[in-house]
Design a protein around this ligand. Structure first.
Ligand code: SF4
Length: 388
């Protein structure tokens, strides 16, 4: 498996696959071709949701004067990009999820593994044979994560706190109003402190929808779940920063397993791979913070994946707003439940995390294309029909 660093990327929202990865490709083209690239052709999901996901605006900020064309070609990757100088094709790339980019001419650079295992079962066996905890396993293969993850958490905190202060409408024709501040104020008056968690998730997801700089966890669309749980743990439960950083390591490992055995891209696997993975990350992080052992951490993450199998991606009009923002707020709450139930249901639990991840990937491949970041199915379809 690759580095946990690959999971947490700082970049402009609202979509890791539609803004962060294309921006990386644009930056690569700018440096390699010194402004000579004249045309980008973007395929499939970019045609249906590129506008709402702010792809074209993002690319034009980096490659000024570029001509952008969109096409549907089912034989190509759902998020394929081609760069031309006049009519000559010079580079091809795929946005492969979580802000990761596969540039065809740079293949070797993208395939560096730092962990020797890619199945959780193998990690458990290795930990047992070497008397390691899950955290000690991560530290053995990536001993230099602390300062990186400290910066990542600071950025997450900043996004939560900025997001909580905002009011008004998010960009775009849906006229979605920001709710984080209002939910936070309701939490202050409520006996149920869990409402704070939703407020934090809303704050981050609204900042993402507004195209601000956020941290992928594991994607932009699902970036509110992990910060919400960790912010709650740090500021309501007074968890030391060292433990928060360790929790980010555990969460990162879980997302790494999904990335290594499937995909983090909603355009390939549906929302289950984005929100489902984010909830698995937050569930495992919170389970770690509760002092749970490796089997209980696995169980918490597994419940998140198993019980979001089949979750479709159908953002209305291509904006990462409905259902995405509320989905983060609900997902963060589920992480608490998964932690508790993961422990309670552990005895004779038959489904492993590896099995759940494999099922999720295959389910994603089987889901009809219109439910995978095209805005042509589900809520997107019915909302647009009703509001013609
Ligand atoms: S529905 Fe889920 S996968 Fe699709 S854009 Fe929204 S958060 Fe991302």
């Amino acid at each position: 498996m690759k580095s946990i660093r690959d999971i947490y990327k700082v970049g402009f929202g609202p979509s890791s696959s539609h803004t962060i990865a294309p921006a990386k490709f644009a930056q690569f083209l700018l440096e390699r071709y010194q402004g000579k690239v004249t045309k980008l052709v973007l395929f499939n999901s970019f045609q249906t949701t590129g506008n709402g996901h702010l792809t074209f605006d993002t690319l034009k900020k980096i490659l000024t004067n570029i001509q952008i064309q969109t096409l549907i070609d089912k034989k190509k990757h759902p998020l394929h990009m081609e760069a031309y100088i006049q009519e000559q094709l010079v580079e091809e790339a795929d946005s492969i999820g979580g802000g990761n980019l596969h540039i065809y001419s740079q293949e070797v650079k993208e395939l560096v593994d730092v962990y020797p295992h890619k199945k959780f079962t193998d990690i458990i066996n290795y930990c047992q044979n070497n008397s390691l905890s899950l955290l000690e396993y991560i530290d053995r293969f990536e001993p230099d994560l602390n300062s990186f993850l400290t910066k990542i958490f600071k950025r997450m905190v900043n996004v939560v706190e900025v997001g909580l202060k905002q009011t008004g409408y998010l960009p775009g024709s849906l006229k979605v109003s920001r709710k984080a501040k209002s939910v936070y104020e309701q939490a202050q008056k409520s006996k149920d402190k869990r409402l704070y968690i939703s407020a934090y998730a809303l704050a981050v997801s609204e900042e993402n929808a507004n195209g601000q700089i956020i941290v992928t966890a594991p994607t932009c669309g699902s970036c509110g779940v992990v910060p919400a749980i960790l912010y709650y743990s740090k500021y309501h439960q007074h968890t030391p920063i060292k433990e928060i950083i360790n929790a980010l390591k555990v969460a990162g490992l879980i997302a790494n397993l999904v990335a290594s055995n499937g995909t983090l891209s909603g355009a390939i696997g549906g929302c289950q791979v984005e929100i489902g993975t984010a909830i698995a990350m937050a569930s495992s992080a919170y389970a770690y913070l509760q002092g749970n052992n490796i089997a209980e951490i696995e169980s918490a993450a597994e419940l998140a994946i198993e019980h979001h199998l089949g979750l479709t991606c159908d953002p209305i009009k291509g904006y990462v707003q409905i259902p995405c923002i509320e989905r983060n707020a609900i997902g963060a709450l589920r992480a608490l439940d998964n932690t508790q139930l993961g422990k309670a249901l552990l005895e004779n639990h038959l489904i492993s995390l590896d099995t759940a991840i494999a099922s999720m990937y295959q389910t994603g491949l089987d889901i009809k294309e219109k439910y995978k970041e095209t805005s042509r199915g589900g809520l997107a379809k019915y909302y647009q029909e009703k509001n013609k």
